[in-house]
Design a binder for this molecule. Structure first.
Ligand code: ADP
Length: 289
């Protein structure tokens, strides 16, 4: 079991389950509603904790009911929150998610009034206990870069993974140092690529020397290793796709778990698509261990 620090967002997800995604300007009734912990890094940590790792979260939360709930939910999942920063004002992020029962698609409206975690706060943390530090590429990329370098300087043996979900100004500078880069298919598509292979091969190995991974929804995931070899694993489709919220975050947890246990890249990819596939067959992230 590894000591793992996750750095990035935690949200409160308000999930409305509907029979099918509604037409614009229509009114529909939700079949049911769930309010639960969300956010990329929080989700990944919640799964890693289930898989037996000792996890901690570093991020920002606002001291209001939603923020306190986020912290309580993380602690209930076994994720320590003392490295996170609570702010007296602002509003913790909430995601309003319309989840279609017809095909498991999730449409997300995100709402946030909170500053990002700043590098100076992160640099005050003792990062020496962690074997793995998983960082989300938030919009404040110059701070993200300083955080990655802080970990590298003070804990050179820790593995560092960076999750890249969206294009951000200055992101390119953050891609050089991490050992593992976890790109979303959405990011690759927005860069103009029709498939994960073309995207991964488009990255300059001198600028992005780490292991590069890209997920591709129901088509599984692909990785380009440091020697330039391509690895592919098809998805494991569940009997019925119920909920794809957090599929990518679960994939990331499966990959980090397997790599932290010393598994090969192919084994880690396989474990990750299996775990993500199972997650798609159920609501929420519980019971994945
Ligand atoms: P995100 O949740 O970030 O949008 P993806 O949609 O690429 O990420 O999904 C991440 C992983 O989850 C995929 O690589 C795949 O293993 C799994 N996955 C996603 N959708 C499905 C699906 N419909 N059936 C089976 N597995 C899926």
């Amino acid at each position: 079991m590894a000591e793992i620090l996750g750095v990035g967002g935690a949200t409160l997800d308000i999930v409305n389950v509907v029979a099918a995604y509604p037409e614009e300007d229509s009114e529909v009734r939700a079949e049911h509603q769930r309010v639960r912990l969300g956010g990329n890094v929080a989700n990944t940590l919640a799964v890693l904790a289930q898989l037996g790792h000792r996890c901690a979260w570093s991020g920002v939360w606002a001291d209001e009911p939603d923020g306190r709930r986020i912290v309580a939910d993380l602690e209930a999942c076994g994720v320590r929150t003392d490295p996170a920063r609570g702010l007296p004002a602002g509003k913790s992020p909430t995601s309003y998610i319309t989840l279609s029962r017809a095909n498991g698609s999730r449409t997300i409206i995100h709402c946030r009034d909170l500053p990002e975690l700043d590098a100076a706060t992160f640099e005050a943390l003792d990062v020496t206990p962690y074997r793995w530090v998983h960082v989300e590429a938030r919009p404040n990329t110059s701070d993200v870069l300083r955080m990655i370098r802080h970990v590298r300087r003070h804990n050179p043996r820790a593995w560092i993974s960076l999750e890249v979900e969206k294009a951000r100004d200055g992101l390119a500078h953050c891609l050089h140092d991490p050992d593992v880069l976890l790109f979303s298919g959405d990011y690759a598509r927005r860069q103009g690529h029709a498939g994960p292979e073309a995207f991964l091969r488009s990255l300059d190995p001198a600028a992005v020397p780490g292991l590069k991974v890209c997920t591709w929804g129901a088509e599984g995931a692909m990785a380009l290793d440091n020697a330039g070899r391509l690895h592919h694993r098809p998805a494991h489709p569940p009997a019925r796709v119920v909920d794809t919220v957090g599929a990518g975050d679960t994939f990331n947890a499966g990959l980090i778990d397997a790599m932290a246990r010393g598994r090969s890249l192919d084994e880690a990819l396989e474990a990750a698509v299996r775990l993500a596939g199972r997650k798609c067959g159920q609501e929420g992230l519980g019971g994945l261990a």
